[in-house]
Each structure stands twice: as structure tokens, then as C-alpha cells.
Ligand binder design. Sequence first.
Ligand SMILES: [Zn+2]
Length: 179
Amino acid sequence: MATRKSDQQLKIGIAELRRRPGNRQEVDLDLSFGETGLQDSSVITATVPADSVGHVHLVLESMSDGVTATGTVSFPWQGECRRCLGPTSGEVVADVLEVYKDVPTGDDTLPVDGDFVDLGPVVRDAVVLALPLAPLCAEDCTGPEPEEYPVVVEGEGEASPDPRWSALSDLRFDTGDAE
Ligand SMILES: [Zn+2]
């Protein structure tokens, strides 16, 4: 079985597609999040691990000066309930509408990379933006039981859950910086 270099999975060849404006090409893939070419992605309370297997279903359409990509992506996420801090999980489903141009204009379009478009960053951004910032393990979660309240262990790193983070859930983050 031929395997492509994993982070090339979402580099899609478009030479055939671009022979005529209006041509369409379907991209229908199951792949792990790491195969978008990026590491684990997370917001404060939810993470899509790199080995999380999800689905990408996009339609590329040729224009005279570029290519559009529209469709949906879905990946499982894991997180921590904002009330009881217990484990919770779900599936993030995000719509994608992206425009690639031979000559990108402003921040709203991405460059066509020769005969390819790289869907990886687009998939990743769509997923991260749609992750829940304040997940619940259940709609009726009533919060921590005193005897179940997790004790903060020293030396476990900087990832200790802190309910104060929930105050950040209304903030919007600039997603332009992937560093
Ligand atoms: Zn809970």
C-alpha cells in the first residue's frame, strides 16, 4: 500500500482541477489530526490530540484566479468539565470556506502553492476555532463533590485546572499566530 508522507496528506494537487474554471474536486479523507501537519492543538479546556482520527470532507472548485475549498471537518476532542473538572469529550464539527489565490489579497485568502493547495492549516484553524472553551461533562453537571475535588499535585507541570480560566471563555483569540 502506498503511503504518503503523513503531513502531505492535505497537500492536494490541483493541476487537473485548474484546467477549467468551475471544475470541482472532492477531498474525502479520514485522517489523524497530526496528519494535518501540526501538533496537538488545544484551547484552554479542550484538546484535539495528534492521534485523534477525524474526517475531512471538502470540495475544491477552480476559479480563474484561484481555488475555493468548502465543506466540513470533524475531529474528536478531549477536555475537562468546567464545573467538576472531570474528563469530558466530544466531537468538533466545523465548516470550512477558504479561498486560495495565485495572488493572495489581504488576510482573507491563502496562496496557491504551485500546483498544490495545502489544506492542513485550514483544517487545523477551523477545528481549533470550533473547540468548546467551557465544556461540560453533562448539561446537568452540578460541580465537584468535595471528596472528588481533585487535589492539585505539586510538580505536575503548569497544566493544573483552574476554574478562573472559565472567565476567559468570552475572549476571542487572534488565530494568526501558530508559533
Ligand atoms: Zn462535570
